[in-house]
Design a protein around this ligand. Structure first.
Ligand SMILES: [Zn+2]
Length: 206
């Protein structure tokens, strides 16, 4: 089992390789690795990230097959199936680091802000279920001066959403809470910058 703080270091190192264009060329590695992984897997981190095509966790952290257990959903929202997936990996594989990975220019975040400021009735019920999960983290922001500065509002909303998702994972599951309290599980929030490629771990890092 890889300790949470060591897993965090591996992700930071991987992101550094990614941003400095030193990412490993995995083509040869994949062949041998794929055979090794036919019997088992031991991912060292769980990543709950956004579906945005510009933020694939394996690439931005420069990781290969079998290393990350990834859940992706628009707006990196935490729905029951997402909590269940994190519980599954933490219990089954002993993975001790969970990263909620949001990102700048998140379309789910901007769509939700638009909806809050100018409600429409055109969304499908399914898309609305995403907006409804994002909404509570944003309502407070819209009563501050940020509502007059769209870029700053989006920036703050992205972070508020990451914090809300990380908190939900920390406190919305008895299984995860027990692992956090007595078994070294760590849930951190991080923001990926579409502009620079850098990941900033800003929430819950010891
Ligand atoms: Zn997004």
């Amino acid at each position: 089992m890889i300790l949470a703080r060591d897993a965090l270091t591996k992700l930071k190192d991987g992101n550094l390789r990614f941003t400095s264009s030193l990412a490993a060329d995995g083509r040869l590695l994949h062949q041998t690795k794929r055979y090794e992984l036919t019997q088992t897997q031991e991912p060292f981190a769980i990543v709950l990230g956004c579906s945005d095509s510009r933020v694939p966790a394996e690439i931005v952290f420069d990781q290969g097959l079998g290393e990350l257990f990834v859940i992706r959903v628009a707006g990196n929202i935490v729905a029951p199936s997402g909590v269940g997936s994190v519980e599954f990996a933490a219990e089954r594989f002993g993975t001790r680091l969970v990263v909620v990975l949001g990102h700048s220019q998140c379309g789910a975040v901007t769509a939700t802000l638009d909806e809050l400021q100018r409600p429409s009735s055109t969304q499908s019920r399914n898309m609305r279920s995403i907006v409804d999960r994002l909404r509570p983290a944003f309502e407070g922001l819209l009563s501050t001066e940020l509502r007059h500065d769209r870029a700053a509002l989006i920036q703050a909303a992205v972070r508020a959403n990451i914090r809300a998702s990380a908190d939900h994972l920390r406190h919305g599951s008895e299984v995860l809470e027990a692992l956090i309290n007595s078994d070294g599980l760590l849930v951190v929030g991080a923001e990926y910058s579409i502009e620079t490629g850098e990941v900033d771990f800003f929430d819950g890092v010891p």
